[in-house]
Structure formats: C-alpha cells, structure tokens
Design a binder for this molecule. Sequence first.
Ligand SMILES: C[S@@+](CC[C@H](N)C(=O)[O-])C[C@H]1O[C@@H](n2cnc3c(N)ncnc32)[C@H](O)[C@@H]1O
Length: 256
Amino acid sequence: MFVSILSVFSGSSQPHWTALRTWWREQARAKGSIAATSLLARNLRDFLRDSTPERRRQRYGDMEYDWEHRVNTTSGTVGWRARLLGCFHSPYQPTEPALFHEMMAALPIAFEQFTFIDLGSGKGRTLLMASEYPFRKIVGVELIAELHQAAEENIRAYRSATQECSEIEAVCGDACDFSFAGEQLVLYLFNPLPEAGMRRMMANLEKSLAANPRAVYVLYHNPLLAHLIAGSSAFAWLGGTEQYSIYSARSGGQTG
Ligand SMILES: C[S@@+](CC[C@H](N)C(=O)[O-])C[C@H]1O[C@@H](n2cnc3c(N)ncnc32)[C@H](O)[C@@H]1O
C-alpha cells in the first residue's frame, strides 16, 4: 500500500503532482519542514480513517441526486488515489441540491448575461445543476484527473427536459492559476483551496477586474477563508447564511 501511495505522487507531470509539490513547499515555508511532515502524517492518518467500511458506507449518503438524474456525482465511488490526493487539497464532496438552488435564488442577476464557473468542480454536479439556469456558459475546473473524467462523463450523460444551458465545459487543471476571461461571472467556490491557493486565485481575479471592470459575483459555500474575500477592496459582501456568503465586485453594476 505504501509503495502504491508513493507511486501516486512520484514520476508524474500531472497537475496534482505539481500541486502536491506546491503544497509541500508552501507548508514547509509557512510552518517549517517538521510541521509540514507532521501535517503529511496527519493527512495520511485521516485518509486511512476515511477508508473504513463504515466511512465508505456513509459517503453513499449523497446518492439521491444521482439516482434521480442517472449520473455519478457521489463521493461514495471516488477511488482511493483521488481520495488520498483530496486529503492534501480539498476532499471531494458534492454540493447538496437544495442549498445550490437557494444560492441561485439569492443572486440578483439576469443569468443569460453571466458565465458560471466552479473552481474545484469535482465530478461536475454543480455544472449540471447550473445548467438548469439560462447561463451563457458553464465552466468547471478540477485538479484531479479521475474526478474531471467523471465530470465529462456526467455532462455527456445528463438528460433533463428543463435544462437551460448546454454550453458546459470541464477543464482539468489547477484553479489557483485559472485565468479569468473578461465576461460577467458567477464564481462558485465550495472550499476548494487552501489559504495560499485562495490568495493566488483572488490575485488573478482582482487583476482581471482591474483590467476589465464588470459584474462578478462570488458564491462561497462553507466559507472557511471568507476573510480573504471580505478583506479585498474589489468585493463587497452581499448576503448569505452560515452555510454560504455572496460577494459582488464593486466595479460592476448589478445586472438584473
Ligand atoms: C468540496 S469539493 C467541491 C466539488 C464541487 N464544487 C461541488 O460543489 O459539488 C472541492 C473540490 O476541489 C478540488 N480541488 C482542490 N484543489 C484544487 C485545485 N487547486 N484546483 C482545482 N480543483 C481543486 C477537489 O479535488 C474537489 O473536487
């Protein structure tokens, strides 16, 4: 098992390997190499704990959406390599449908003027749910290849008589380096990035806004690093609950 675990992280030029190296460097730089080693051990321990039959059974608790739509977005079927990588970034967990629709209802926008982007899109459940709204376009960015492939299959398999947007693109890559085009955006974040990654992503977003002021909304689900957006002079808090926060770019008028 240990050899298999090492093989996941070695000899690969995949984005997840690059991200792991970045993770290690960032941890060692911020906390020192001993703390980074201890965090590594803790992540491995969490992974082993998460592999017990009981925990595996619990992960199937999110299957109702899949049953209804004949897709595969559950965290229950994620392979051990992707789960292990998830321990070092952000473990895959799909957004709960009722909460997603509550967040959409809170957006004061004309959907057809906006592109929806999910950074850390996993198996693509939010991309499918967003396609029930008339967005111009939908984009998902996922680091882990296995999850990205599942998202592509789900996009192909999804059938809905009420689907309003069929322009859906899944990209495999690191969200920290995502380059924002100059469109009006709804940016969805379900806690995909650690602090250093969020800072990089926010710097890219702020640069894009400075170059091209426009309406941009950030939907931040489980906002553990909310201070990074709240502290940005480019954004104002618009509303939310304990489960999510919505921010809007100060530079763009509210389009709706
Ligand atoms: C909590 S899950 C959310 C999944 C999806 N957004 C949803 O709401 O259903 C976070 C996702 O972020 C992905 N992730 C973590 N770090 C990433 C990065 N640097 N770039 C892109 N995706 C990343 C994880 O692999 C995981 O699939």
